[in-house]
Design a protein around this ligand. Structure first.
Ligand SMILES: Nc1nc2c(c(=O)[nH]1)N[C@H]1C(S)=C(S)[C@@H](COP(=O)(O)O)O[C@H]1N2
Ligand SMILES: [Mo]
Length: 411
Protein backbone atom coordinates (compact mmCIF):
# COMPACT_ATOMS: atom_id res chain seq x y z
CA UNK A 1 0.00 0.00 0.00
CA UNK A 2 1.24 3.50 -0.83
CA UNK A 3 2.26 5.89 1.93
CA UNK A 4 0.44 8.77 3.61
CA UNK A 5 -3.03 7.33 3.63
CA UNK A 6 -3.66 6.13 0.07
CA UNK A 7 -6.02 3.18 0.16
CA UNK A 8 -6.76 0.31 -2.13
CA UNK A 9 -9.53 1.27 -4.54
CA UNK A 10 -11.78 -1.52 -3.24
CA UNK A 11 -11.84 0.20 0.14
CA UNK A 12 -15.01 2.22 -0.54
CA UNK A 13 -16.86 -0.98 -1.36
CA UNK A 14 -16.11 -2.53 2.03
CA UNK A 15 -19.04 -1.96 4.34
CA UNK A 16 -19.24 1.05 6.60
CA UNK A 17 -16.16 2.81 5.28
CA UNK A 18 -17.99 6.06 4.73
CA UNK A 19 -20.41 6.12 7.68
CA UNK A 20 -18.34 8.84 9.30
CA UNK A 21 -19.04 11.21 6.40
CA UNK A 22 -22.84 11.11 6.77
CA UNK A 23 -24.46 13.33 9.37
CA UNK A 24 -24.96 11.10 12.41
CA UNK A 25 -28.68 10.44 12.63
CA UNK A 26 -28.53 7.92 15.42
CA UNK A 27 -30.39 4.65 15.34
CA UNK A 28 -33.88 6.17 15.26
CA UNK A 29 -33.85 7.99 11.89
CA UNK A 30 -37.30 7.99 10.20
CA UNK A 31 -39.04 10.15 7.57
CA UNK A 32 -39.98 12.53 10.41
CA UNK A 33 -36.26 13.18 11.00
CA UNK A 34 -36.33 15.33 7.81
CA UNK A 35 -37.88 18.77 8.28
CA UNK A 36 -40.39 19.92 5.67
CA UNK A 37 -38.58 22.29 3.30
CA UNK A 38 -40.34 25.37 1.82
CA UNK A 39 -40.07 23.87 -1.72
CA UNK A 40 -42.36 21.06 -0.64
CA UNK A 41 -45.22 23.35 0.37
CA UNK A 42 -46.20 24.71 -3.10
CA UNK A 43 -45.80 23.63 -6.75
CA UNK A 44 -42.53 24.54 -8.44
CA UNK A 45 -41.88 26.80 -11.44
CA UNK A 46 -43.09 26.06 -15.00
CA UNK A 47 -40.90 24.57 -17.73
CA UNK A 48 -38.37 26.53 -19.79
CA UNK A 49 -37.50 26.52 -23.49
CA UNK A 50 -33.80 26.07 -22.82
CA UNK A 51 -32.79 24.94 -19.34
CA UNK A 52 -30.16 26.46 -17.10
CA UNK A 53 -28.29 25.02 -14.10
CA UNK A 54 -29.60 25.60 -10.58
CA UNK A 55 -29.15 29.18 -9.33
CA UNK A 56 -27.09 27.66 -6.52
CA UNK A 57 -24.44 26.68 -9.12
CA UNK A 58 -23.93 30.26 -10.30
CA UNK A 59 -20.24 30.14 -9.36
CA UNK A 60 -19.55 27.28 -11.76
CA UNK A 61 -18.40 29.38 -14.71
CA UNK A 62 -15.51 29.70 -17.13
CA UNK A 63 -12.91 32.31 -16.31
CA UNK A 64 -11.84 34.47 -19.24
CA UNK A 65 -8.57 36.22 -19.81
CA UNK A 66 -8.18 38.60 -22.74
CA UNK A 67 -4.99 40.57 -23.24
CA UNK A 68 -5.56 44.33 -22.87
CA UNK A 69 -6.25 46.14 -26.16
CA UNK A 70 -6.88 42.85 -27.92
CA UNK A 71 -10.63 42.23 -27.84
CA UNK A 72 -11.45 38.88 -29.36
CA UNK A 73 -8.12 37.20 -28.85
CA UNK A 74 -7.75 35.18 -25.67
CA UNK A 75 -9.28 32.22 -23.92
CA UNK A 76 -11.74 31.11 -21.28
CA UNK A 77 -11.08 28.13 -19.04
CA UNK A 78 -13.17 25.17 -17.93
CA UNK A 79 -13.88 24.91 -14.17
CA UNK A 80 -12.43 21.38 -13.87
CA UNK A 81 -12.62 21.52 -10.04
CA UNK A 82 -16.43 21.78 -10.15
CA UNK A 83 -17.14 19.02 -12.68
CA UNK A 84 -17.24 15.23 -12.53
CA UNK A 85 -17.38 12.43 -15.08
CA UNK A 86 -15.65 12.84 -18.46
CA UNK A 87 -17.93 15.17 -20.46
CA UNK A 88 -17.70 18.96 -20.42
CA UNK A 89 -21.10 20.68 -20.61
CA UNK A 90 -21.30 22.92 -23.68
CA UNK A 91 -21.63 26.14 -21.71
CA UNK A 92 -18.38 25.31 -19.88
CA UNK A 93 -16.22 24.00 -22.79
CA UNK A 94 -13.06 26.10 -22.88
CA UNK A 95 -12.78 28.71 -25.63
CA UNK A 96 -9.68 29.89 -27.43
CA UNK A 97 -10.00 32.32 -30.31
CA UNK A 98 -7.59 34.54 -32.15
CA UNK A 99 -10.12 37.05 -33.42
CA UNK A 100 -13.34 36.74 -31.45
CA UNK A 101 -16.41 34.63 -32.18
CA UNK A 102 -17.93 35.21 -35.64
CA UNK A 103 -21.73 35.45 -35.83
CA UNK A 104 -22.17 33.01 -38.74
CA UNK A 105 -25.49 32.64 -40.53
CA UNK A 106 -25.55 28.88 -41.24
CA UNK A 107 -27.55 29.33 -44.47
CA UNK A 108 -24.97 31.75 -45.85
CA UNK A 109 -21.94 29.64 -44.82
CA UNK A 110 -20.13 27.62 -47.50
CA UNK A 111 -17.46 24.92 -47.13
CA UNK A 112 -15.03 24.35 -50.02
CA UNK A 113 -12.72 21.41 -50.82
CA UNK A 114 -10.21 22.35 -53.54
CA UNK A 115 -6.52 22.39 -54.49
CA UNK A 116 -5.02 19.10 -55.71
CA UNK A 117 -8.37 17.40 -56.40
CA UNK A 118 -10.15 16.25 -59.56
CA UNK A 119 -13.50 17.89 -58.64
CA UNK A 120 -13.55 20.90 -56.28
CA UNK A 121 -16.67 20.68 -54.09
CA UNK A 122 -18.70 23.41 -52.36
CA UNK A 123 -21.09 22.42 -49.58
CA UNK A 124 -23.93 24.23 -47.89
CA UNK A 125 -24.58 23.09 -44.32
CA UNK A 126 -27.75 21.41 -45.56
CA UNK A 127 -25.89 19.46 -48.25
CA UNK A 128 -23.18 18.37 -45.82
CA UNK A 129 -25.74 17.23 -43.25
CA UNK A 130 -27.14 14.69 -45.75
CA UNK A 131 -23.94 12.60 -45.62
CA UNK A 132 -23.73 9.67 -43.16
CA UNK A 133 -22.61 10.93 -39.75
CA UNK A 134 -20.62 9.40 -36.93
CA UNK A 135 -20.15 10.35 -33.28
CA UNK A 136 -17.10 10.14 -31.08
CA UNK A 137 -16.10 11.42 -27.68
CA UNK A 138 -12.86 13.38 -27.87
CA UNK A 139 -10.95 15.87 -25.79
CA UNK A 140 -9.60 19.11 -27.21
CA UNK A 141 -6.60 20.64 -25.46
CA UNK A 142 -4.87 23.90 -26.34
CA UNK A 143 -1.15 23.25 -26.82
CA UNK A 144 -0.60 26.29 -24.56
CA UNK A 145 -2.49 24.66 -21.67
CA UNK A 146 -0.53 24.40 -18.38
CA UNK A 147 2.44 26.39 -19.77
CA UNK A 148 2.60 28.26 -16.45
CA UNK A 149 4.13 25.08 -14.96
CA UNK A 150 7.40 26.09 -16.63
CA UNK A 151 7.48 29.32 -14.55
CA UNK A 152 10.15 29.60 -11.86
CA UNK A 153 7.64 29.77 -9.01
CA UNK A 154 4.43 27.76 -8.67
CA UNK A 155 1.42 29.79 -9.88
CA UNK A 156 -1.00 30.67 -7.09
CA UNK A 157 -3.90 29.40 -9.18
CA UNK A 158 -6.67 26.83 -9.27
CA UNK A 159 -6.76 23.74 -11.50
CA UNK A 160 -9.00 25.84 -13.76
CA UNK A 161 -6.39 28.59 -14.00
CA UNK A 162 -3.53 26.17 -14.67
CA UNK A 163 -5.14 23.37 -16.69
CA UNK A 164 -8.53 24.77 -17.82
CA UNK A 165 -7.74 24.77 -21.56
CA UNK A 166 -8.87 21.15 -21.94
CA UNK A 167 -12.44 19.89 -22.38
CA UNK A 168 -14.18 16.79 -23.71
CA UNK A 169 -17.40 16.42 -25.69
CA UNK A 170 -19.28 14.00 -27.89
CA UNK A 171 -18.82 15.36 -31.42
CA UNK A 172 -21.12 14.30 -34.26
CA UNK A 173 -20.60 15.04 -37.91
CA UNK A 174 -19.39 13.86 -41.29
CA UNK A 175 -16.06 11.99 -41.57
CA UNK A 176 -13.66 13.84 -43.86
CA UNK A 177 -12.31 10.75 -45.69
CA UNK A 178 -15.36 10.04 -47.92
CA UNK A 179 -15.58 13.74 -48.84
CA UNK A 180 -11.96 13.63 -49.97
CA UNK A 181 -12.71 10.52 -52.03
CA UNK A 182 -15.61 12.28 -53.65
CA UNK A 183 -13.39 15.23 -54.56
CA UNK A 184 -10.79 12.80 -55.94
CA UNK A 185 -7.46 13.56 -54.30
CA UNK A 186 -4.47 13.89 -56.63
CA UNK A 187 -1.76 11.32 -55.71
CA UNK A 188 0.69 14.25 -55.38
CA UNK A 189 -1.26 15.65 -52.39
CA UNK A 190 0.16 14.69 -49.00
CA UNK A 191 -1.15 17.56 -46.87
CA UNK A 192 -4.13 19.84 -46.63
CA UNK A 193 -4.69 23.37 -45.44
CA UNK A 194 -7.75 23.94 -43.21
CA UNK A 195 -9.01 27.51 -42.88
CA UNK A 196 -11.64 29.11 -40.64
CA UNK A 197 -14.24 31.78 -41.45
CA UNK A 198 -13.29 34.05 -38.53
CA UNK A 199 -11.68 37.46 -39.02
CA UNK A 200 -8.29 35.79 -38.36
CA UNK A 201 -9.01 33.25 -41.15
CA UNK A 202 -6.98 30.97 -38.91
CA UNK A 203 -5.43 28.14 -40.85
CA UNK A 204 -3.30 25.05 -40.26
CA UNK A 205 -1.62 22.33 -42.31
CA UNK A 206 -2.76 18.75 -41.65
CA UNK A 207 -1.09 15.58 -42.94
CA UNK A 208 -3.39 13.71 -45.32
CA UNK A 209 -2.93 10.51 -43.29
CA UNK A 210 -4.65 12.09 -40.27
CA UNK A 211 -7.40 13.50 -42.46
CA UNK A 212 -8.11 10.00 -43.80
CA UNK A 213 -7.73 8.29 -40.41
CA UNK A 214 -10.20 9.91 -38.00
CA UNK A 215 -10.84 13.55 -39.00
CA UNK A 216 -14.45 14.66 -38.62
CA UNK A 217 -16.32 17.73 -39.85
CA UNK A 218 -18.21 18.18 -36.59
CA UNK A 219 -21.69 19.72 -36.66
CA UNK A 220 -22.97 18.74 -33.20
CA UNK A 221 -21.46 19.02 -29.72
CA UNK A 222 -23.01 16.89 -26.97
CA UNK A 223 -26.13 16.41 -29.04
CA UNK A 224 -26.87 20.01 -30.00
CA UNK A 225 -25.43 22.20 -32.75
CA UNK A 226 -21.89 23.31 -31.98
CA UNK A 227 -21.81 26.46 -29.86
CA UNK A 228 -20.75 29.68 -31.64
CA UNK A 229 -17.52 29.89 -29.62
CA UNK A 230 -16.60 26.29 -30.50
CA UNK A 231 -17.02 26.58 -34.27
CA UNK A 232 -20.69 26.95 -35.28
CA UNK A 233 -21.84 25.73 -37.72
CA UNK A 234 -18.90 23.34 -38.46
CA UNK A 235 -15.41 22.65 -37.22
CA UNK A 236 -12.59 20.29 -38.06
CA UNK A 237 -12.10 17.70 -35.32
CA UNK A 238 -8.68 16.01 -35.29
CA UNK A 239 -8.89 13.72 -32.25
CA UNK A 240 -5.79 13.92 -30.02
CA UNK A 241 -4.08 16.66 -32.03
CA UNK A 242 -3.19 20.03 -30.51
CA UNK A 243 -6.25 22.26 -30.10
CA UNK A 244 -5.12 24.85 -32.63
CA UNK A 245 -5.43 22.38 -35.54
CA UNK A 246 -9.11 21.77 -34.78
CA UNK A 247 -10.06 24.67 -37.06
CA UNK A 248 -13.36 26.27 -36.08
CA UNK A 249 -15.88 27.86 -38.46
CA UNK A 250 -14.34 25.67 -41.17
CA UNK A 251 -14.71 27.24 -44.63
CA UNK A 252 -11.98 25.71 -46.78
CA UNK A 253 -9.83 22.61 -47.14
CA UNK A 254 -7.14 22.85 -49.80
CA UNK A 255 -5.16 19.74 -50.81
CA UNK A 256 -1.46 20.54 -51.13
CA UNK A 257 1.83 18.75 -51.77
CA UNK A 258 3.44 19.97 -48.56
CA UNK A 259 2.66 21.99 -45.45
CA UNK A 260 1.74 25.65 -46.05
CA UNK A 261 3.78 27.02 -43.08
CA UNK A 262 1.02 29.32 -41.85
CA UNK A 263 1.48 31.87 -39.07
CA UNK A 264 0.00 29.57 -36.46
CA UNK A 265 2.34 26.66 -37.18
CA UNK A 266 5.51 28.76 -37.39
CA UNK A 267 5.22 31.61 -34.86
CA UNK A 268 3.16 29.55 -32.40
CA UNK A 269 2.18 26.02 -31.44
CA UNK A 270 5.65 24.77 -32.29
CA UNK A 271 8.31 23.76 -29.77
CA UNK A 272 11.31 25.94 -29.02
CA UNK A 273 14.26 23.62 -28.27
CA UNK A 274 17.17 24.07 -25.85
CA UNK A 275 19.48 25.01 -28.76
CA UNK A 276 17.16 27.80 -29.92
CA UNK A 277 15.81 25.90 -32.93
CA UNK A 278 12.09 25.24 -33.29
CA UNK A 279 10.52 21.81 -33.66
CA UNK A 280 7.55 22.18 -36.01
CA UNK A 281 4.70 19.75 -36.37
CA UNK A 282 4.48 18.03 -33.01
CA UNK A 283 0.78 17.27 -33.37
CA UNK A 284 -0.56 14.74 -30.80
CA UNK A 285 -0.90 15.82 -27.18
CA UNK A 286 1.12 13.44 -25.00
CA UNK A 287 -0.36 11.61 -22.00
CA UNK A 288 -1.23 13.82 -19.06
CA UNK A 289 -3.31 13.78 -15.89
CA UNK A 290 -4.34 16.12 -13.12
CA UNK A 291 -6.14 15.75 -9.81
CA UNK A 292 -9.28 17.88 -9.84
CA UNK A 293 -10.57 17.01 -6.35
CA UNK A 294 -9.03 17.98 -4.00
CA UNK A 295 -7.34 20.94 -5.67
CA UNK A 296 -6.55 24.57 -4.79
CA UNK A 297 -9.63 26.34 -3.44
CA UNK A 298 -11.26 23.07 -2.34
CA UNK A 299 -10.00 22.90 1.25
CA UNK A 300 -10.11 19.62 3.18
CA UNK A 301 -12.92 19.61 5.74
CA UNK A 302 -11.19 17.62 8.48
CA UNK A 303 -9.37 14.29 8.80
CA UNK A 304 -11.07 11.23 7.38
CA UNK A 305 -11.87 9.42 4.20
CA UNK A 306 -11.85 11.29 0.86
CA UNK A 307 -12.02 10.31 -2.78
CA UNK A 308 -9.15 11.69 -4.82
CA UNK A 309 -10.43 12.18 -8.35
CA UNK A 310 -9.10 13.62 -11.56
CA UNK A 311 -8.75 13.43 -15.32
CA UNK A 312 -6.24 11.70 -17.58
CA UNK A 313 -5.94 11.82 -21.37
CA UNK A 314 -3.62 11.04 -24.25
CA UNK A 315 -3.61 12.17 -27.85
CA UNK A 316 -1.93 8.87 -28.76
CA UNK A 317 -4.61 6.44 -27.62
CA UNK A 318 -6.22 5.08 -24.47
CA UNK A 319 -5.12 5.72 -20.92
CA UNK A 320 -4.05 2.39 -19.42
CA UNK A 321 -2.95 3.41 -15.93
CA UNK A 322 -3.11 6.35 -13.54
CA UNK A 323 -1.13 6.27 -10.32
CA UNK A 324 -1.62 8.63 -7.41
CA UNK A 325 0.88 9.70 -4.77
CA UNK A 326 0.17 11.45 -1.47
CA UNK A 327 3.84 11.82 -0.52
CA UNK A 328 5.21 13.88 -3.38
CA UNK A 329 6.08 10.96 -5.63
CA UNK A 330 7.88 8.62 -3.17
CA UNK A 331 5.17 5.98 -3.35
CA UNK A 332 2.31 5.41 -5.80
CA UNK A 333 -1.00 3.56 -5.80
CA UNK A 334 -3.04 2.64 -8.90
CA UNK A 335 -6.33 4.53 -9.26
CA UNK A 336 -9.53 3.05 -10.69
CA UNK A 337 -10.31 4.19 -14.24
CA UNK A 338 -14.00 4.97 -14.75
CA UNK A 339 -15.62 3.34 -17.78
CA UNK A 340 -15.80 4.06 -20.60
CA UNK A 341 -12.06 4.43 -21.17
CA UNK A 342 -11.89 5.79 -24.72
CA UNK A 343 -9.00 6.60 -27.02
CA UNK A 344 -8.27 10.35 -27.17
CA UNK A 345 -10.99 11.17 -24.62
CA UNK A 346 -10.80 12.36 -21.03
CA UNK A 347 -10.75 9.46 -18.56
CA UNK A 348 -11.92 9.94 -14.98
CA UNK A 349 -9.81 8.28 -12.26
CA UNK A 350 -10.60 7.80 -8.58
CA UNK A 351 -8.81 6.56 -5.48
CA UNK A 352 -9.80 6.61 -1.79
CA UNK A 353 -7.51 8.47 0.61
CA UNK A 354 -7.52 8.59 4.39
CA UNK A 355 -6.29 12.06 5.27
CA UNK A 356 -4.80 12.10 8.74
CA UNK A 357 -4.85 15.89 8.98
CA UNK A 358 -1.12 16.23 8.32
CA UNK A 359 0.69 17.72 5.35
CA UNK A 360 0.68 15.86 2.03
CA UNK A 361 1.71 16.38 -1.58
CA UNK A 362 -0.79 14.92 -4.06
CA UNK A 363 0.29 13.95 -7.57
CA UNK A 364 -1.06 11.85 -10.44
CA UNK A 365 0.87 10.13 -13.21
CA UNK A 366 -0.71 8.81 -16.40
CA UNK A 367 0.45 6.02 -18.72
CA UNK A 368 -1.10 5.44 -22.16
CA UNK A 369 -1.38 2.40 -24.40
CA UNK A 370 1.87 3.22 -26.18
CA UNK A 371 3.65 2.75 -22.83
CA UNK A 372 4.43 6.47 -22.55
CA UNK A 373 4.56 7.71 -18.93
CA UNK A 374 3.80 11.32 -17.94
CA UNK A 375 7.09 13.00 -16.92
CA UNK A 376 8.00 14.82 -13.72
CA UNK A 377 8.54 18.57 -13.86
CA UNK A 378 12.28 18.13 -13.44
CA UNK A 379 12.45 15.60 -16.27
CA UNK A 380 10.45 17.73 -18.73
CA UNK A 381 12.49 20.86 -18.03
CA UNK A 382 15.74 18.90 -18.30
CA UNK A 383 14.66 17.47 -21.66
CA UNK A 384 13.34 20.66 -23.14
CA UNK A 385 14.45 23.74 -21.21
CA UNK A 386 11.92 26.19 -19.81
CA UNK A 387 11.16 27.98 -23.08
CA UNK A 388 9.52 25.21 -25.10
CA UNK A 389 6.27 26.01 -23.37
CA UNK A 390 3.77 24.29 -25.66
CA UNK A 391 2.68 20.70 -25.00
CA UNK A 392 3.36 20.99 -21.25
CA UNK A 393 2.24 17.68 -19.71
CA UNK A 394 4.42 17.43 -16.61
CA UNK A 395 3.14 16.12 -13.27
CA UNK A 396 1.28 18.72 -11.17
CA UNK A 397 1.64 18.79 -7.37
CA UNK A 398 -1.03 19.93 -4.93
CA UNK A 399 0.29 20.62 -1.42
CA UNK A 400 -2.16 19.89 1.40
CA UNK A 401 -1.24 21.82 4.56
CA UNK A 402 -2.05 20.87 8.13
CA UNK A 403 -5.48 22.38 8.58
CA UNK A 404 -6.54 21.38 5.05
CA UNK A 405 -5.62 24.26 2.72
CA UNK A 406 -4.66 23.03 -0.78
CA UNK A 407 -2.11 24.93 -2.86
CA UNK A 408 -0.17 24.49 -6.08
CA UNK A 409 3.45 23.59 -5.19
CA UNK A 410 6.60 22.31 -6.89
CA UNK A 411 7.69 19.02 -5.35
N1 LIG B 1 -10.87 29.47 -37.07
C1 LIG B 1 -10.28 29.30 -35.86
N2 LIG B 1 -10.12 28.05 -35.38
C2 LIG B 1 -9.53 27.86 -34.19
C3 LIG B 1 -9.06 28.95 -33.41
C4 LIG B 1 -9.25 30.27 -33.93
O1 LIG B 1 -8.92 31.28 -33.31
N3 LIG B 1 -9.86 30.40 -35.16
N4 LIG B 1 -8.41 28.69 -32.22
C5 LIG B 1 -7.74 27.39 -32.13
C6 LIG B 1 -7.16 27.11 -30.84
S1 LIG B 1 -5.69 27.86 -30.46
C7 LIG B 1 -7.70 26.15 -30.01
S2 LIG B 1 -6.88 25.67 -28.61
C8 LIG B 1 -9.00 25.52 -30.31
C9 LIG B 1 -9.95 25.75 -29.17
O2 LIG B 1 -11.20 25.17 -29.40
P1 LIG B 1 -12.43 25.59 -28.51
O3 LIG B 1 -12.52 27.09 -28.49
O4 LIG B 1 -13.63 24.94 -29.11
O5 LIG B 1 -12.17 25.07 -27.12
O6 LIG B 1 -9.58 26.02 -31.51
C10 LIG B 1 -8.67 26.25 -32.54
N5 LIG B 1 -9.38 26.57 -33.74
MO1 LIG C 1 -4.72 26.78 -28.68
Amino acid sequence: MAGNGLLDRRHFLQGGALAAAAVGAGGAATAETLTKAPWMTAPGTPFEGYGQPSRFEAKVVRIAGNPPNAPGTGASRTPLQALNGMITPNGLHFERSHSGIPDIDPDAHRFLIHGLVKRPLVFTLEALARYPMTSRIAFIECAGNSAVLFAKDPAAATVQGIHGLVSCAEWTGVPLAPLLDEAGVDPKAEWLLAEGADAAAMSRSVPLGKARDDALIALYQNGERIRPANGYPMRLLLPGYQGNMNVKWLRRIKLTEGPTHTKDETSRYSLLQQDGRVAEFKFPMDAKSVITQPSPGLAMKGPGLYEISGLAWSGNGKITRVEVSADGGQSWAPAALAEPVLSKALTRFRLPWRWTGGSAVLQSRATDETGYVQPTRAAQIAARGARGIYHCNLITSWGVAEGGEVKHVYA
